[in-house]
Design a protein around this ligand. Structure first.
Ligand code: 3HC
Length: 295
């Protein structure tokens, strides 16, 4: 059985919100990064985003121009998993959809070294089930970053039933090198953070649907009354309403408990393509200078 090797080069699948954030922190802390997505356009957008976030840190004198240049030079982009052939760790950060993730693993695995560790940034799906779809369950682990990745201190680590302790230890070392703190969750639907956080956002959407309060009342209540940095509707828009719905669905199916039923208003927004910030509209309209509540 292959043992994990020391991690120096990290491959990342998916250059969206999470993947590009993970690429940024890995590159900033000295890892060589290979960032993959299906189109050059997504990759260019990701690298431009990373550069401008790093530039802001340079402007604030938190980073030197040399650090910025080194971080950017640590990132290579690719549309072909062949580039992952010398990666020690690959982190899958694609859409929160089990079939998409499994299809990625099928294409990705032939390109990997047999001792490469494979992590998934899934926010809710069973690690044991995803691991079973790969050739390396003992080298497979859940590595759940929070959004925005460069700011949030936590990485949740989730062992599947077959994950080796050596895999956990190697990935835990990476988390520490990234300057983040890990907590460990057992492999239950949505783990710890999203098991608690996403039903709270779903409940806020019920509160909105029932007319108990408007968007401003609900977010204001939780910001001022519970010291949350973002209100639950603002946070749902930030995370992505499609992701929130996918997580509620995993909870609902995984526990077969009606307390996790997705709010019908959340379902309707996703059906309308109102996915939050990324689509320009969710519980707020983001097309103008400032977000405007829509209800
Ligand atoms: N990317 C990188 N950095 C960002 C950022 C982004 N998208 N948004 C803000 N920042 C940085 C800013 O540059 C600033 O940095 P500085 O303090 O070094 O100057 C810092 O964050 C604070 O930003 P602002 O002053 O502009 O704004 P706020 O004080 O309102 O903070 C926030 C922004 C940190 C995003 C804060 O609103 C927050 O903590 N929100 C809650 C985030 C949260 O709960 N995330 C978890 C979501 S659940 C999850 O991710 C799990 C997933 O599976 C669903």
């Amino acid at each position: 059985m292959a043992e994990p090797v020391e991690i120096r080069k990290i491959g990342i699948v998916g250059a969206g919100q999470m993947g590009s954030g993970i690429a940024q922190v890995c590159a900033q802390t000295g890892y060589a990064v290979s960032l993959a997505d299906i189109s050059e356009e997504f990759l260019e957008k990701a690298v431009t985003g990373i550069s401008s976030r790093l530039q802001r840190l340079v402007d604030k004198e938190r980073l030197t121009q040399d650090d910025l240049d080194t971080a950017i030079s640590n990132i290579a982009t690719t549309t072909d998993y062949v580039a992952f052939g010398d990666c020690d760790l690959v982190i899958e950060a694609a859409t929160e959809n089990e079939e998409i993730k499994k299809a990625i693993f099928e294409k990705l695995i032939p390109a990997l070294r047999e001792d490469a560790t494979l992590a998934t940034n899934t926010s809710s799906i069973s690690i044991t089930r995803l691991a079973a779809a790969t050739d390396r369950p003992e080298l497979f682990i859940g590595m759940h970053f929070m959004n925005p990745v460069p700011v949030m201190k936590l990485v949740e680590l989730i062992k599947g039933i077959a994950t080796d302790d050596a895999t956990y230890n190697a990935v835990n070392d990476v988390v520490a090198k990234l300057g983040k703190t890990s907590i460990t969750s057992e492999d239950f639907p949505a783990f710890i953070v999203n098991r608690i956080l996403v039903p709270m956002m779903n409940e806020a959407i019920y509160v909105l649907q029932e007319g108990v309060g408007g968007v401003t009342d609900i977010d204001g209540a939780m910001k001022l009354g519970a010291n949350q940095p973002m209100g639950p509707l603002e946070l749902a828009d930030f995370v992505g309403l499609d992701t929130c719905l996918a997580i509620m669905q995993v909870l609902y199916d995984g526990f077969a408990d009606s307390k996790y039923r997705p709010c019908p208003l959340l379902v309707k927004y996703v059906e309308a393509g109102w996915l939050g910030r990324k689509s320009g509209r969710g519980f707020y309209d983001y097309t103008g200078d400032k977000p405007v509540p829509t209800r």
